[in-house]
Ligand binder design. Structure first.
Ligand code: 8YV
Length: 323
């Protein structure tokens, strides 16, 4: 009997590829760049499953051109690269990788917050450039983290992880805004107080964005919202590109309307807005919030297990739009 054919659209751990090869005929795109849409469609011909990352757009046009597809397993918790209603309409299962990356991503949110507030990379560039010849009382003096007010926009699992780190580890006052308010028990666990978005922007010393990307959250932090923040505040985006208006942020950073920003995600990544590359008060990382070896392996295994479970037994572990 011929085995089901799948596409693995990105380089992946050899052991996960070997596991998939025990069950499927695997076509593996092992290139460093994402497949352009037309090539993705071509490679998906005759495939019943695909393992994707956030870079492959699965929309109505692609689905119409790939009628054999039954499941697309994203190796990411975010799935804004999926048109879920279109997938549901075509009977294609969508899966993601929740939970396995929560703490690792929350750790990184804090790493970026600390690096930004305490000017870690800016000062390293200064040192590497051989500019450290003198001492000044205000040399790379940054913003206090412990005891300050931590604002969180988006309070899902990762937001809660960041709240707990801030409240319990750094004695921060935690405020948050979210589409829905947490239960009193969860608010108590996170030591977090619900506020309006306007209050969040006005009161946060450090504002971390952890909300999912959707048309509604597009430019949730535009020029007007950034303008409502304290001039001493830092802004951290570990959510998705497009939630922040990167061009407006670059202007605000250059004009010191906020103190600093830390970004792991960008509009149109892997491209980065050129103005962000020239302002000193921003820490830039290439979408690595979930990147520990252990967590990336857990994400890859979960995506693989979703494909194996669904295509061999009709049951995925973490479905978005079905079983
Ligand atoms: C992924 C992420 O590494 O899980 C997510 O939503 O943004 C990251 O953990 C990235 O999407 C590549 O799959």
């Amino acid at each position: 009997m011929t085995r089901p054919a799948i596409l693995v659209a990105r380089p992946i751990f050899p052991e996960v590829l070997a596991l998939l090869r025990e069950h499927f005929e695997v076509d593996h795109h092992n290139g460093e760049n994402a497949l352009p849409p037309a090539e993705l469609v071509a490679r998906l011909q005759g495939k019943v499953g695909a393992l994707t990352t956030g870079s492959e757009r699965i929309d109505a046009a692609l689905l119409a051109a790939c009628p054999d597809l039954k499941i697309v397993a994203n190796m990411a918790v975010g799935y804004n690269n999926f048109d879920v209603p279109a997938m549901t309409a075509r009977g294609v299962l969508a899966t993601n990788t929740p939970d396995v990356l929560t703490d690792t991503t929350a750790d990184f949110g804090f790493a970026l917050l600390m690096a930004t507030a305490r000017r870690v990379t800016e000062s390293e560039h200064f040192l590497r450039a051989g500019l450290w010849t003198q001492w000044r009382y205000d040399m790379f003096a940054g913003a206090e983290v412990h005891g300050s007010t931590l604002g969180i926009l988006g309070m899902g699992r990762i937001g809660q992880g960041i709240a707990k780190r801030g409240a319990h580890g750094f004695g921060m006052k935690v405020i948050y805004h979210n589409r829905s308010r947490l239960s009193p028990a969860l608010e108590a666990e996170c030591k977090a107080t619900y506020v309006s978005k306007a209050e969040l922007l006005a009161q946060a010393d450090h504002l971390v964005l952890v909300l999912p990307y959707s048309p509604e959250s597009h430019h949730a932090m535009g020029a007007a919202e950034i303008g409502q923040m304290k001039p001493t505040a830092t802004l951290i985006n570990i959510a998705r590109g497009g939630i922040v208006d990167d061009a407006a942020l670059a202007v605000a950073l250059r004009e010191r309307r906020i103190a600093a920003a830390g970004l792991d995600v960008y509009e149109g990544e892997p491209k980065v807005h050129p103005d962000l590359l020239t302002v000193p008060n921003v820490v830039l990382t290439p979408h690595i919030a979930s990147a520990t070896v252990k967590t990336r392996l857990a994400m890859a295994r979960l995506a693989a297990d979703n494909l194996i479970g669904y295509l061999t037994q009709g049951k995925a572990l973490t479905p978005i739009n079905g079983s």
